[in-house]
Design a protein around this ligand. Structure first.
Ligand SMILES: O=P(O)(O)OC[C@H]1O[C@H](O[C@H]2O[C@H](CO)[C@@H](O)[C@H](O)[C@H]2O)[C@H](O)[C@@H](O)[C@@H]1O
Length: 357
């Protein structure tokens, strides 16, 4: 049996773009800090400039050779957000008597960032690592992508999938569940009433962005992504203005920013953090102390989940990043390869633990 959970949308509306979380130690570069400040406060033109500035600041073409202070930044970053690999023992020690639950973002976490979003494949080795980890720990993919699309990349039926930034959650097929509580399959879609609107906006954006070479619009079912990665930087402002002009007609939608992408989303109080809480609850771990959630992600939208873990004082957020970024994560991993190594180590550790009994 499948339970579809209906949630009143009035309870979910959020008034504005959420504030970026505060840096635990303030360890980010000044230019990024300025951009984030503008993102927080700007309206109209200021906000468009902030999006574009922020994309530029995080673009490798704008990074000069490392200066002394950049090296200091890097050292301080590692000090405050040590590698999850080097902290492996501390992480497993913290899991004593608790069920580890794994949450994985997709792009930039399980697959490398590539120019064409349709080609963001994960390696077979990574798939094996995720399959193995899911044998021992409940595992969920939490992504901005459309759920069907991410499933076509991951192809593992034993996982939970939360697509469209958590607005489309589905549990594993029957018989592949880990739940200690009730045993119904899960399907949760809190933004279904937005489907016609999102579809309309997708079509309008497809039409309008035709004039901008390299712009790509991706339909993520409950959200739409407008990609800047292959657009000449000189045209980023024009593209951002164009996207904003379309969205202006839809006050029930909001824009957020990811890695060279603007994302159109319903203005409901639902994000990857809420999805994490929902999944823990469906697994039977609501308000429970016997769980240790580990969330691994690379993008700004993952911060909502890191923040939830920090506020609950439970589990660990792990940011995939090579350099300093403002984050609520506790630990870091540099790239998808390290994510794979971390998952493999978890499996080896669990196997050796089980072999002792
Ligand atoms: O939550 P995620 O799984 O990280 O999804 C966020 C967005 O990821 C994808 O875009 C990003 O990856 C692309 C492929 O590597 C890259 O070309 C793009 O520049 C990145 O922003 C996806 O295409 C978007 O729809 C997601 O919203």
């Amino acid at each position: 049996m499948t339970i579809t959970v209906a949630v009143s949308n009035s309870a979910l509306f959020s008034p504005a773009v959420p504030k970026p979380p505060a840096a635990p130690g303030g360890h980010i570069t000044i230019s990024r800090k300025k951009c984030l400040k503008k993102l927080e406060t700007g309206g109209g033109g200021a906000r468009i400039n902030a999006w574009v500035d922020s994309m530029r600041a995080s673009s490798p073409t704008h990074k000069s050779a490392a200066t002394l202070s950049e090296n200091e930044d890097q050292n301080s970053w590692i000090l405050h957000h040590p590698s999850a690999l080097s902290m492996f023992e501390q992480i497993t020690n913290a899991s004593k008597g608790k069920q580890i639950v794994i949450f994985l973002d997709y792009d930039g976490t399980l697959s490398p960032i590539v120019e064409d979003p349709d080609q963001a494949f994960m390696t077979n080795e990574m798939r094996d690592a995720v399959r193995d980890v899911a044998k021992y720990f409940p595992t969920a993919i939490v992504t901005g992508r459309c759920r069907d699309k991410v499933y076509s990349f991951v192809r593992l039926s034993e996982l939970y999938y939360a697509g469209s930034h958590g607005m489309d959650i589905k549990g594993p097929a029957k018989g592949r569940q880990y739940k200690k509580g009730n045993h119904e399959a899960v399907l949760f879609q809190p933004a279904t009433e937005f489907l016609p609107m999102i579809d309309e906006v997708y079509k309008a954006l497809m039409e309008k962005t035709k004039s901008i070479p390299g712009a790509k619009v991706e339909n993520n079912k409950f959200c739409v992504s407008v990609h800047f990665r292959c657009v000449d930087e000189k045209r980023w402002t024009a593209l951002a203005e164009l996207v904003k002009s379309v969205i202006n007609d839809y006050p029930k939608l909001r824009l957020t920013q990811g890695r060279k992408v603007l994302e159109v989303r319903p203005s409901i109080k639902w994000d990857k953090g809420k999805a994490l809480e929902f999944l823990l609850e469906s697994l039977g771990y609501a308000n429970s102390n016997d769980v240790l959630p580990i969330y691994i992600g690379d993008d700004r939208s993952d911060e909502d989940a890191f923040k939830v873990l920090r506020n609950r004082g439970q589990g660990f957020g792990v940011l995939v990043s090579k350099g300093p970024k403002e984050t609520n994560a506790s630990y870091s991993l540099q790239e998808p390869l390290e994510v794979m190594n971390f998952l493999q180590r978890l499996v080896e550790w669990k196997k050796s633990l089980l072999s002792r009994y």
